[in-house]
Ligand binder design. Sequence first.
Ligand code: FES
Length: 571
Amino acid sequence: MTTTSRTRRGDLNKGLTNYGDPEFASYLRRSFAKSMGYSGDMLKRPIIGIATAASGFNNCHRLTPELVEAVSRGVLAAGGLPLPFPTISLGEVFLSPTSLVFRNLMSMDVEEMIRAQPMSAAVLIGGCDKTVPAQLMGALSAGVPAIQLVVGPMMTGRYNGERLGACTDCRRFWARFRSGETTEAEIEDVENNLAVTAGTCAVMGTASTMACISETLGMTLPDSAAAPAVHADRLRIAEATGTEAVRLSHSGIAPNAIVTSDAIENAARMLLAIGGSTNGVIHLAAIAGRVGLQLDLRALNALSESTPVLVNLKPTGEHYMEDFHAAGGVHAVLQELEPLLHLDCRSVTGDTLGDRLRSRRRFVDRSVVRPLAEPFRATGGLIALFGNIAPNGCVLKRGAADERLFEHVGRAVVFTDLDDLSNRIDDPALDVTPTDVLVLQNAGSVGAGMPEAGYLPIPAKLARAGVKDMLRISDARMSGTAFGTVVLHISPESAIGGPLGLVRNGDRIRLSVKEQRLEVLLSDSELAARRHHVPSRTVPSRGYARLYAQAVLGPELGCDFDFLRANPSDP
Ligand code: FES
């Protein structure tokens, strides 16, 4: 056998570097690959790229090296060649201005590196909030068979006999500290016990929501979303993921054959049934956009009316992700949702969701995952609202809100941006009462990178008086671990001329969950008159910030870049 015929059979010859001489490029690549100690036989195996997002700036991904080792073991045992490669990592709390700003950059990195390097399937190892959507978006656009492996959630810690988990309890204790119930020394002790292992936040925050969505979409192995990062199951799942990736390289099932319109609807049902993060709406819309689909917020409302909340996890319930894993995890929720799901959706294993659910029934802890007929809430945890200050919609996590505020009219107390908010929210002279509506402007994607600042703190003087919740509205996001009557993602955002920017102190704001409405009680003519005074915006002069400001879409389109969404007419 000649050298040329031998190498042409393997993945190593895919996408050769262009020197104007393919034979030379093949020979050079083979030679350099051999410099890493691989035998000629090993280089003939299917190549499984392992996209890793380990970083000293990402605590959640601390055990990624162990996972890479376990995935590689599975790949080798199944006859493949594992080749890990790094991509950008997004550690939620280490990024400025926000991690969401860099999600699209990471997705481009994942897409281009999967496409540019020779592999017949990819394993995507991520977990922290924006990494899983970034990897899924990138893999969908790259079109190469791919399988997701999440790093798994943290275990809980203990403090004075209380169980603590990031980050719902972070907020609970911070609120106590702000209201003077907790001392400086106590908050320091709490700080040491909130995040005690590697892994993603321990509650049903954005990371866990996206893990559940990924499993429901069929992009992970079954039963893989909830196993804790430090549990032996996590390593076994990693090994099995490696094995499956080799099978996937043979079956050639591309991600867009898995992430279909029906699969997106199944994932939306899961998002609603777990009382998932509002960020999940943005990421699912972005994922849908990569396959030429749109997550319609009115359609989401229809699903929300017929999808009960089944999972009793913080921030809306009592338990933590490790309890969810022990209680049956995503499989248990899918079992309950079965009559509402599209069962013919395929997963990375080639099986349909129906096959998966028929294959086994097992123990479910009913204190954590309730039967469909006896839910925790009769309707889904999220609802979209529309009105004259949110023509393109906005989102309320009603499962985490105070029902007494669902039909509410209050006086607007306006903060024009994040600086204004931090300068004045605790000012003893702030004119605010518990029935007022806190309004934050210019906190959308273009205005501020859409920070998780929509959970406006209760003004200190009201917090000290015992006020725990108020209606708060903004074009910002909220952490999936937070709770309160908080309306988010108002679109279009104020910085690009959205009507939220026209609201002034003293205007009356009306929320009606029943009518799915959020509005300012002003006439169209008054709003039109105010529009004449909207200041023009400045676009950053260079770099990624410029690209972001020019190309980012609204939250209803997932805050993706306009040029990254799939064109439905593309082949
Ligand atoms: Fe990474 Fe919460 S900080 S998941």
